[in-house]
Design a protein around this ligand. Structure first.
Ligand code: TXA
Ligand code: MG
Length: 326
């Protein structure tokens, strides 16, 4: 039986090899705004240009994620990290001890950092990682821009540790996968942040907590419900507008706080004039922020109806959180 045509129908992603041409092609595709999966020592990531809102929206779309969790941004070195976040002495010491490696640090975003608001889900912090995998290193340097990458699996499925896993789950939704063989660690990175009182373990992972505690000189506090973290790796807190938010508004009373979607609307800001949900997702957090700065504190942001399919589900999930009574 000839299964080739069937394969072609289901798997359109290119499998790129780890030679120079493969890495070059992967980098070119990332720079063009396409999705490219690549190996790290933890798991395969689903990579997108972190400065390109539409590419980042495509990541959520491809994974079928019903909500916008902030994504981890990958860079090749601590010097590259300094362009995006503020590292204090404590963060610098931990970065020096464990980067490159299976550790992600959540740090304050630097003003003017070239990151899409969708990557951080509108937060003022960025989760950053410097992976050690040689292929990830070569790709990040050649792409020459920060790369957002969650694990390269459909939402709700287990994380991929081979290129075949990636192709099985997402082969019809991504441009390419850079094949670097099986991942060594096989478990997502450990995520560490800081609050006013000290270090906080946000997700246990590939770097053992003992090693981290030894370098910190203390046990990190383990994040719980009070941090807006429902379960390890699941962040529930998000950027919340000051203004009240009303949903499914077709005819707003006050046009100045109207966030439109679709053509022919007299709205000061429109998530997507053409009704494109990827464009809408890419604009969501920055438009909310802009309107929030414009309407008075006791004012209201009214949002046009957003269709409840594809990325619309994640957009509506975020908007419902913003509209929930506080
Ligand atoms: O091993 C890994 O970390 C893999 C590989 C591909 O690098 N990546 C990965 O990424 O697991 P991702 O995007 O699925 O991880 C996202 C998690 C969120 O669920 C949240 O827990 C945390 O990272 N996170 C991201 N940004 C954050 C922020 N600003 N504050 C707190 N937590 C954040
Ligand atoms: Mg994952």
């Amino acid at each position: 039986m000839n299964t080739d045509s069937q394969e072609e129908r289901h798997v359109s992603a290119l499998r790129l090899s780890e030679d120079r041409d493969g890495v070059g092609e992967a980098a070119r595709r990332l720079r063009a705004g396409h999705l490219v999966s690549f190996p790290t020592e933890t798991v395969y990531g689903l990579g997108a240009d972190a400065g390109d809102g539409r590419a980042v929206a495509a990541v959520y779309d491809a994974k079928g994620r019903p909500s916008f969790n902030p994504l981890i941004v990958h860079v090749p070195s601590v010097e590259h990290a300094e362009d995006l976040v503020e590292l204090d002495d404590a963060a610098r010491a931990i970065a020096a001890a464990f980067w490159p490696g299976p550790l992600t640090l959540v740090l304050p975003k630097r003003a003017g950092a070239a990151l899409s608001d969708l990557v951080t889900a509108g937060l003022d912090t960025v989760a950053l990682r410097v992976p050690a995998h040689p292929l990830a290193q070569r790709l990040l340097r050649e792409a020459d821009r920060p790369i957002a990458a969650p694990s390269a699996n459909p939402s709700g499925r287990i994380s991929p540790t081979t290129a075949d896993h990636v192709l099985d789950g997402l082969g019809d939704r991504i441009a390419a996968v850079l094949d670097g063989g099986p991942c060594e660690v096989g478990l997502e990175s450990t995520i560490l942040g800081w609050d006013g009182a000290g270090p906080v373990l946000l997700r246990p992972g590939g770097l053992p907590t003992e090693a981290l505690a030894a370098a910190l000189g203390q046990e990190p506090r383990v994040a719980g419900a009070a941090d807006g973290v429902a379960a390890p790796g699941m962040l529930t807190s998000h950027y919340a507008p000051r203004a009240r938010v009303r949903l499914d508004v077709s005819k707003p009373v006050d046009l100045s706080g109207f966030l439109g979607f679709g053509p022919g609307l007299d709205a000061p800001l429109n998530l997507s004039e053409s009704g494109d949900l990827r464009e809408a997702a890419a604009n969501l957090f920055s438009h909310l922020r802009q309107l929030d700065g414009r309407v008075p504190g006791d004012g209201t942001i009214s949002v046009a109806p957003i269709p409840e399919h594809g990325l619309g589900r994640a957009i509506n999930d975020r908007l419902r959180r913003a509209a929930a009574p506080r």
